[in-house]
Every structure is written in C-alpha cells, then in structure tokens.
Write a protein that binds this ligand. Structure first.
Ligand SMILES: *Cc1c(COP(=O)(O)O)cnc(C)c1O
Length: 371
C-alpha cells in the first residue's frame, strides 16, 4: 500500500491558521524494496527488542481485551512512582512521551505565545506548538549542543515553555546537571521548563544528572521519560512526565480518558521490573557507541560525542556526502536516518544495533569511504 498524497478540496472546511504550514513528521524508513530483512538503524529503537517479561505481560493482557482501561493507569502509575521514588499523583501518562508534550502544549499555549528550544530541538515539541498557533523560537547550537544561557536569554513575556532534550536527539549531545539547574534558576516562574530524558539510561558522562530531584522541588519543571527506548516498547506508545501537581492536574482535564491501553500498561509494568533486560540493553549501547564512533572516525568522517543509543555522523566531503552515504548504505540493506528536517543536511543519524548489525554497518561505511 502506498500513502495517498495530502490533497485538499477546492472548497470545504479549512484547518485553523498555521496547520497547513506544518511539515508532516516523517519517521525513520523501515523498508527497502527487494530486501526481505533490512537492518534498521533509523529510529533509535532497542536493538535487543522488548524483554521477555514485557512480552509475557502483553500476551496475558489478551484475556481482557474487551475491557476499558482503568482511567488513571493506576498499576503503571504505582510502578513508575516506586521505581523513580516520586509522588504518583504528579505523573502524567501519555501515548508515548510525544503525547505528553502535545498535552502540555495544548494546556499552556495560546495563539501568539512561544516555545523556546535549541536549534536542533526534537521536532515533536515544535509540531504541536505550531498546532496551538504558537511561535517556535530556535536558539543557535553552534557546537551542536544546547547553550542554556542563550535559551534563557531568548525567553520573553510570551514564552510559556522551554524544551530541552537531555541527552538530545538528533545530535546526541547532553547538558550537565549544573547547566540544567542554571537554566531553571534563570527562568521566570511563569515559564514551564520541560526536560526530555528519553535517553537517560544510556548516559555514562559523570556530569549528567537526571532533573527529577530538581523537579521534585519546583513549580515549573516537568521531566519526561519513555518506554520506547531502553525498555524496547516503542510500538506500545507509553511515556510519562513527572510534573508539579498543578500541571499534572491541568493536563488531566484535557487528556483523553483512556490514553494508555491495558496491554501497553501491563508490558510497561513488567519492563520496569526486568532489570536484566535494561542492563543488557544499556551495556550493548555503552560497549558499541565508542567503538562505532572510533571506527567511523577512522574512515574519515566526523562523529559527534553522543550520550544516547545513536551517533550523529557528519560527512563534510563534497563527493562522499551524507546523501551518497545514505544511498550507499541503502544499497547494502542498511537503513539510517537523514536529518535534513533539522537542517543537518550533511549528517546521518545511526542507531547502535546488535553486534552483527554494527559490523555490517562498519563494513559498508568502510567500503563507502574507499569508493
Ligand atoms: C524517542 C524520543 C522520545 C520518545 O518518544 P515516545 O513518544 O515516548 O516514543 C522522546 N524524545 C526524544 C528526543 C526522542 O528521541
């Protein structure tokens, strides 16, 4: 099946102003024509898949498919609260953390307001901000890294939300605990700071800290996490935010009553308990991330330092450029992620895979470099 193009009738209902200016989000590709099992390194998924405990819990949930979920996701709420040592009533659950961003934007943005984020800030924040007719202020990241002081300086009286992903996607860069505290301290109290920690579990850098303790004491800070990455449950769409109680309660008024389905909730609860799977997933990335970086640099390409389960590779050469690399890898059955949507037309984002996948990637890149 192919997608039908977005076509608008000559007359008929018109979307709100701004909607048609939003470029549709394009996810990582997952197929190559004529290749039965391509190696997919384009969406930062967990190369080990979901853990056995999560799969079993998901399967068990089949018995209750006829029942509506319990509206507050109470089991999952209790499990997350216990795991992260946070107050359950301050948690916001979403259909992926993407929905948490969308709900926050919907709750706090009116037309003419703005959000502030880094130049390479995750597209999900921006799309739903625009859907709420808000302006998106992108602050330069000269070293592919969020400059927290520049973010704070970009805030004005119409700024309602500042978004930072830490570690950041697509660059892989991170901000220290000290920088995040400095940013928070510099923001006026009416501005909500959202720290997206989707890749928290992969970080090894000693200066990185989770913002959860800072959020515990703050009235204007939300920390988000996801089950899509370390837990390998991207298909099930579960993410959450740890928010000030007033924010959680505001969001609760507008979210759909059953925005997390039961099989997903049960799998997520089981995944939290599966420490062996988390450990294996983390170790795979921590072992291969530096190896990939070193090998790829050895081929003559630039690799940005990364704290996530992916690396951003830059191809500064005119001929051996990112587009050519993407096409070459494609011809070898490898799918990686072009990031032109972020203005990074000279780069490809590559997810850390299994050992076999990583070796196949390195073989192909080595061949490309010599071509
Ligand atoms: C993958 C990712 C997420 C997770 O999104 P979900 O909707 O929870 O799957 C959030 N933020 C960033 C920056 C990501 O790369």
């Amino acid at each position: 099946m192919t997608d039908t193009p977005h076509r608008l009738p000559e007359s008929g209902p018109e979307p709100k102003p701004g909607i048609l200016d939003i470029a549709p989000y394009v996810g990582g590709k997952s197929r190559i024509e004529g290749v039965a099992e391509p190696i997919k390194l384009s969406s930062n998924e967990n190369a080990l898949g979901a853990g056995e405990l999560a799969k079993e819990a998901y399967q068990k949930a089949i018995a209750d498919l006829h029942m509506y979920p319990e509206g507050r996701a109470s089991k999952l709420r209790a499990a997350v609260a216990e795991h992260h040592q946070v107050e359950p009533e301050r948690l916001i659950f979403g259909n992926g953390s993407d929905e948490v961003f969308a709900l926050i934007n919907q709750c706090y943005l009116t037309p003419g307001d703005n959000i502030v984020t880094g130049q390479y800030g995750f597209l999900a924040y921006r799309i739903s901000a625009k859907a709420n007719q808000a302006e998106v202020r992108l602050v330069p990241e000269p070293d592919f890294r969020v400059d927290v002081d520049a973010l704070a300086a970009a805030v004005d009286e119409r700024t309602r939300i500042v978004y930072v992903s830490n570690p950041s996607n697509p660059t892989g860069s991170w901000n220290s605990g000290e920088e995040i505290r400095r940013l928070h301290a510099a923001l006026p109290p009416h501005v909500l700071l959202v720290i997206d920690e989707a890749y928290a579990e992969y970080v090894t850098e000693p200066d990185w800290e989770t913002a959860i303790p800072l959020a515990r004491e703050a009235n204007n800070l939300v920390v988000t996490r996801t089950f899509s990455k370390i837990h390998g449950l991207a298909a099930l769409r579960v993410g959450f935010g740890y928010a000030p109680l007033a924010v959680a309660q505001a969001v609760d008024r507008i979210r759909l009553p059953f925005n997390n389905n039961i099989p997903a909730q049960m799998a997520a609860v089981a995944a939290l308990q599966d420490e062996a799977h988390q450990k294996a997933s983390r170790e795979l990335v921590q072992q291969w991330r530096p190896r990939l970086a070193q090998a790829i640099k050895g081929f003559g390409f630039d690799v940005l330092p990364s704290a996530g389960n992916f690396v951003l590779v830059r191809f500064p050469d005119q001929r051996l450029n990112a587009q050519a690399a993407d096409a070459f890898l494609h011809s070898k059955g490898l799918i990686v992620r072009p990031v032109g949507g972020y203005g990074l037309t000279d780069a490809l984002r590559i997810t850390v895979g299994t050992e076999d996948q990583n070796r196949a990637l390195l073989d192909a890149l080595s061949e490309f470099a010599a071509s």
